[in-house]
Write a protein that binds this ligand. Structure first.
Ligand SMILES: [Zn+2]
Length: 212
């Protein structure tokens, strides 16, 4: 698990989803959560630094966990289908959080992998239970939620799915900004969006490891 966290950290840095030490990643394994520690530069992070906590929040080993631990724990508590969480501060998704309360059903891959409509969670200070509650409310049964004036959280049945969701959400946010700047644009209708989403969850998703 710890090496998977390090690989995922490299992935979000290489793909420009974070700058500096911002963002955090966790993987759930039974009653244990493996999560990036608070404030350690990613380029010097080692397996021993990865924080291990129990589902009740008790620190087991490694460095002090990310300050966003409450949000990670709350998502795992509510969403039993989720085993990995990726939180980043990407440019386009964060920009959307300033100008819209959601991303509508724009393109097929986003609708399938993320959900029919990606909501923007209400603002709350980082690390607070209030932020965790706002995130849960806006996430619904989707695989992505944008945090107002803050960034992006994606979830997955495994870390690959959560990482893919981050890239797809950021790409879709970029498309949304271009489309809004150009003018009128077409949406996928709600009925088709639900059909596409279910198709992904019920069949395509088994192959999530092949997506990226
Ligand atoms: Zn953040």
């Amino acid at each position: 698990m710890k090496n998977k966290i390090l690989e995922a950290v490299k992935f979000i840095v290489d793909n420009g989803l974070v700058k500096g030490t911002w963002g955090n990643i966790s993987i759930k394994d039974g009653n244990f959560i493996y999560i990036t520690p608070s404030g350690i530069p990613y380029d010097v992070l080692t397996e021993d630094d990865i924080s291990v906590v129990e589902m009740n929040g008790t620190h087991v080993s490694g460095l002090k966990p990310s300050s966003e631990l409450p949000t990670h724990l709350e998502i795992y508590r509510v969403r039993k289908d989720v085993n990995a969480i990726v939180h980043t501060h990407p440019v386009f998704s964060t920009t959307i959080s300033l100008v819209s309360n959601f991303i509508p059903p724009l393109v097929e891959d986003a609708v399938m992998i993320l959900g029919p409509k990606i909501n923007v969670a209400e603002y709350a200070l980082p690390g607070t239970l209030k932020l965790a509650q706002n995130v849960i409310e806006a996430l619904e049964n989707n695989h992505a939620v944008i945090l107002k004036n803050h960034g992006l959280i994606t979830v997955g049945q495994d870390i690959n799915e959560a990482l893919t969701a981050s890239l797809v959400c950021e790409k879709t946010a970029e498309i949304f900004l271009y489309a809004m700047n150009i003018g009128n644009f077409n949406l996928i209708n709600e009925e088709d969006a639900v059909i596409l989403r279910n198709k992904y969850l019920n069949s395509y998703r088994q192959n999530s490891k092949d997506i990226r």
